[in-house]
Design a protein around this ligand. Structure first.
Ligand code: QAP
Ligand code: CO
Length: 167
């Protein structure tokens, strides 16, 4: 296993749109293992391949208390079931140190492939629903700060840029 480097906002590579995985093989499973190691060490609850500069549609998530319920989503598609939304105080490993309320649909359906390439469907609830939607956004080059006012996003960008220069 290997820990990967997480890209940070406003890195333009975070805007790349990921391509579908063509075949769920051992190379993909290696990437998944490395993504879990990176996410658990951070520590985080979700990581999209885009964030580690791999532009394929792969997401890893573990929202469990004991960090023992790893979930993998390959080539995920999202369907909104109900228009009702709810806001959640979101963060992101690519926007370290910042949390802001983001509004998203509560009820969505996710179709994806697991790490064996088998199709599955879930209707996630609560934090898992928020997290899957946040991670699918990454695969489309979108970040949670895009939902904020220009002023808030600029403030975060300037502070992170300053922090990056100091490194
Ligand atoms: C996405 O985010 C998420 O600022 C996953 O300094 C977050 O794992 C979905 C993290 C909240 C739904 C709700 C953030 C770690 C981790 C930070 C994460 C930080 C250190 C964020
Ligand atoms: Co994120």
């Amino acid at each position: 296993m290997a820990k990967l480097t997480i890209l940070e906002f406003p890195d333009p590579r975070l805007r790349t749109v990921a391509k579908p995985v063509e075949s769920v093989n051992d190379d993909i499973r290696q990437i998944i293992d490395n993504m879990f190691e990176t996410m658990y060490e951070a520590p985080g609850i979700g990581l999209a391949a885009t964030q580690v500069n791999i532009h394929q549609q792969i997401i890893v998530i573990d929202v469990s208390e004991d960090k023992n319920e790893p979930m993998v989503f390959i080539n995920p598609t999202l369907t909104v079931i109900d228009e009702a939304t709810e806001s959640y105080d979101e963060g992101c490993l690519s926007v370290p140190g910042y949390y802001e309320e983001v509004e998203r649909p509560i009820r969505v359906k996710i179709d994806a492939l697991d790490k064996n390439g088998d199709a599955f469907t879930i209707e996630p609830e609560g934090l898992l629903s928020v997290c899957v939607q946040h991670e699918i956004d990454h695969l489309n080059g979108k970040l949670f700060v895009d939902y904020l006012s220009n002023m808030k996003r600029q403030r975060i960008r300037k502070k992170l840029e300053k922090q990056h220069r100091a490194k």
